[in-house]
Design a protein around this ligand. Structure first.
Ligand SMILES: Nc1ncnc2c1ncn2[C@@H]1O[C@H](COP(=O)(O)OP(=O)(O)O)[C@@H](O)[C@H]1O
Ligand SMILES: [Mg+2]
Length: 291
């Protein structure tokens, strides 16, 4: 955490149009983006297992592989898609033909490889995504976007499609610094007022709560001041909501190696129970009206 405190904090840029020019609509359906500042922290693991946990609670769930550069949801789920998002975007197949059933009972739309041309945010990429979201959102109770890491144009655009942000961070200082950078951009460029935080690979009980409090303090100090005006009243530029911790658990790696969902492979292990609790909290908060 000291790294965050020591990072030179340039004043946040003035609020600008969201990357991609998409305006946030609070009334939009339940689209939850699972993202992170740093890569490799557990976004895909959480997306897939959270989807399984929400499905078990009776929700119709779609996971969209929105990490177009480094898509690997197919690997985690042991699926070999013949048709992907790319085929939908290029009109080679109908949307329904590319939606697969995953082992946990939820639906997935995979990116697979060959999506490199989507790693740059062009008007076509934007339009393709917007059209896709218009079609899928009404058909599911919740759409989870397994996004890329960082603050590139494409990542920020996929985040702008979501009504809720679930940011995954680990207790590592590098992950926290990158999480801070992501939250800052979400607050200043997309006008986000809240970001939900999951601390993955937690080592000690209480890690997540402490990290949330520390991150919140830095955000209040630097982003709150930079935003100025009403939103910094009381110092809260953007509110972090701690949704839970997932402990380091060797069962996670074992499940990934076997290409199985943790919730099916080792449902009683600490990490699986933690994912179940986070699903419960999502149901009690953002998904309350439909669960
Ligand atoms: N709670 C955990 N305990 C142990 N290992 C984990 C945990 N979460 C993630 N991992 C490891 O981190 C790897 C990367 O996770 P992944 O979901 O692919 O990251 P991302 O999608 O953020 O790049 C996993 O394959 C797994 O080996
Ligand atoms: Mg991933």
């Amino acid at each position: 955490m000291s790294e965050i405190m020591n990072t030179p904090m340039t004043p946040a840029a003035p609020a600008a149009a969201p990357a991609g020019g998409v305006l946030l609509q609070p009334s939009r359906g339940r689209v939850i983006a699972i993202t992170s500042g740093k890569g490799g922290v557990g976004k895909t693991f959480l997306s897939a297992n959270l989807a399984a946990a929400l499905t078990r609670r009776g929700l119709r769930v779609l996971v969209l592989d929105a990490d177009l550069g480094l898509a690997n949801l197919d690997v985690v789920l042991n699926l070999y898609p013949k048709l992907t998002l790319h085929d939908v975007f290029t009109g080679k197949c109908a949307l329904d033909d590319a939606i697969l059933k995953a082992p946990g009972g939820f639906s997935v739309l995979l990116a697979g490889s060959g999506m490199v041309e989507y790693s740059r945010l062009t008007p076509e990429v934007r339009d393709d995504f917007l059209r896709l979201m218009e079609q899928v959102v009404p058909r599911y109770d919740v759409v989870l976007l397994d996004t890329g890491a960082g603050i590139s144009d494409v990542v920020l655009f996929t985040l702008s499609l979501a009504s809720e942000i679930l940011l995954v961070a680990t207790p590592e200082p590098t992950s926290l610094t990158d999480a801070y950078a992501t939250i800052k951009v979400l607050a200043t460029q997309q006008g986000r007022q809240q970001v939900r935080l999951v601390v993955n690979q937690a080592v000690r009980p209480g890690d997540g709560r402490a990290i949330t409090a520390q991150l919140q303090a830095v955000l209040n100090r630097f982003v709150g001041a930079a935003l100025g005006g009403e939103r910094s009243a009381g110092g809260a530029a953007v509110r972090l909501i701690h949704m839970g911790d997932i402990p380091v658990d060797k069962a996670v790696k074992e499940a990934v190696m076997r290409r199985q969902l943790l919730l099916l492979h080792t449902p009683g292990c600490p990490a699986a129970l933690a994912v179940g609790q986070i699903a419960g909290r999502l149901v009690d908060t953002v998904l309350k009206a439909i669960a």
